[in-house]
Structures are given as C-alpha cells and as structure tokens.
Design a protein around this ligand. Sequence first.
Ligand code: EPU
Length: 337
Amino acid sequence: MTRPDAADCRAISDFDLSRRNSLGLAARARYGAFVHEAQEIDALARFAGEVGLPFVVLGGGSNVVLHPEIDAVVAVLATRGRAVTGEADGDLLVTAQAGEDWPDFVQWTVAQGFGGIENLAGIPGTVGAAPVQNIGAYGIELADRFHSLTAYDRAERHWRVFRREDCRFRYRQSVFKDDPGRFVITEVTLALPGEWRPILGYAGLDSLDETVDPKTIMERVLALRGSKLPDWRVLGNAGSFFHNPVVSGAVADTIPGAPRYPQPDGTVKLSAGWLIESCGLKGHRVGDAGVYEKHALIIVNHGRATAHDISALAETIKSAVFERFGVTLQQEPLEIR
Ligand code: EPU
C-alpha cells in the first residue's frame, strides 16, 4: 500500500480557516485541503493517520466554533453537482453532492417547480452537513424529506448507503452526530412529495392561503429569517447556539409564562431563546462575543471574538438558565480545536 503524503492529497500546511466559518473566528489548521472529488477523502484520512493528527471534515462551517490553532487535518468539502435522479413511490428523487450550498439547493428545487423543502430555505451550510444535525425550521425537518445518502465509513474504510431508518434522525440529532467523525457524507438524496401540500402551521406562515405555491412560501420563510436572524456575512453567528430543551411536564409547570411545545411522548419542548431572554441576557457580551439583541438564542461575533470568548459567554448563559430555571442547555455548534 502506498504511503500518502501531503502533496498526494493536496494538503496545505498552516491552512487558513478564517473565511470558512460563519462565526468569523480567526483560525488556522495544521493541514487543510479542499476536496473536489469524494474519492480524495480516503487519501486525506490516511495522511492524517500518517502524521498522527485527527481528521476533521468541514462543510460550510456554519455550525462550528473554531479554536485559533487547530491540531488536525481539515478537509473542506467542495464537491458540486445536483440533479433529478429518479422517482420512488410517487416522490421525485433529487440528489446533491455534499459541498453544494444548502440555501442554493433549496432555491434550485423551487425554481424547477418542485415543492418539499421550501420551509428549509435560507439555513446556512452545505447539503452534506444537513443530515448531521437533521436541520429543521418552520414546521419541517430534513428527515421528513430524506431518502438516502452515501458516506465514507472511516472505521470500516468503505463506502456505505444509509436509508432513513439507518440514520436514527431525532430533533437536531442523527447517527452521524452520535458517532462524530466516523462518517463522511458525500451525497444526499431527498424525496420531494409527488403530491405536494403546503406546511403552514408555524407562526408567520399561518396567514398564507392553502392555494399558495412553494416559491411564495420560500420567500416568506426568507423574509421571516431575515427579520429575526442575523446574516452571518454581516454579523458572524452560527444560528441557534443551543437546542431547545425538552423537559418533563412537571418541570415545565415550574416555569410560568414560558412558551410550551408539547411532544407526543408527554414531554414539553421549551424555547431556549425565551429562557435566555428571561435571564436578562439579551445584548450581554464577553469580549466581542454577544447575545444577539433581537434573538437571544443566537451568539454573534461583534468583530474579534475568539473561541474563548464564545465559550465563556456560553457558560454564563448555561449557568444563568440553570440557576434560574433548573434547565440544562445543550450547545448546538461543534467545538473544533
Ligand atoms: N423567543 C423569545 N426570546 C428570544 C427568542 C425567542 O422569547 O430572544 C421566543 C419566541 O417569541 C417564540 C419562541 O421563543 O415564542 C420560539 O422562537 P422562534 O420561533 O424564533 O424559534 P426558535 O425555537 O428560537 C427554532 C430553531 C431555528 C429555526 C426556528 C424556526 C432550534 C434550536 N432552533 O428556533 O433553527 O429557524 O425554530 O423554525 O430548534 C438553527 O437551528 O440554527 C435555527 C435557526
């Protein structure tokens, strides 16, 4: 077996990631490479093994907290391609490569006249990252439209196809998150409903008429997001910084006034944004890391925030919410160090 070296797999030393993360944190990796062909992953992973460093895959960098000096080989997935690939049980199958930009992909499906993922418009990140945290917004989540994906299994060193039941999708969770670093998702296929119906249950969409088309819903979703979520190109952020906590009904009853989202199993999902705002933390800052003024679930970078500032602010938030409400918040973005 040949021994891969940095040149074979086009790894660049002292690789700058400052423009590769939506929080806008200054960060460099010991080695990094852009992956344009999925097959390059194996050689890069082996190179990481040879130099004794962890192997980390980055998509759009929209759900990560990057530390300044990352002691790893970082692969930035830049594979492109999207197409209609078939039909299954009356649904239309569309396939995209992992490096495709998710918001562009949604716009493309809608421009073709295909409904199904318009409620997920505008979520920053790549197609390959979408299944990892089972992205969700405005009443649907990726799992609802998922057909299958291809991933490289680094433990078994072979390619695998995952069907929906293999992915163990839950609220912002999946098998890919349960076993971090093991699978590199390279291609995702969605099943867009043959008989499309609008999903208008969420506040802000409920004023739309049942005869609405996917394009109008997408535009409304983009407007809603624009009105409460900061654009990371203008003000660095990683979207929701914490999961919405799911607690027992008894715990929820101890928090009067909190918005409640009852779950089918009797538990109650609470709004982390509301809990944080109720602790008076909107606008609170540690260095240049701050709680967004318009939505308390978002941590923003006002300029030169570091991973250290972000973590210190996250800890302040978690302690305040725990002390006041007895609820533990779980961080959504992954720390890469
Ligand atoms: N709220 C407050 N104060 C705040 C923020 C929110 O009181 O500062 C209250 C709102 O008034 C509302 C409730 O919290 O009653 C829910 O707020 P919102 O509709 O903004 O949704 P969210 O629960 O904060 C979730 C997702 C978002 C997704 C929206 C829309 C999570 C962790 N976040 O946010 O996803 O866009 O719903 O569906 O589930 C993301 O994951 O990065 C993300 C942005």
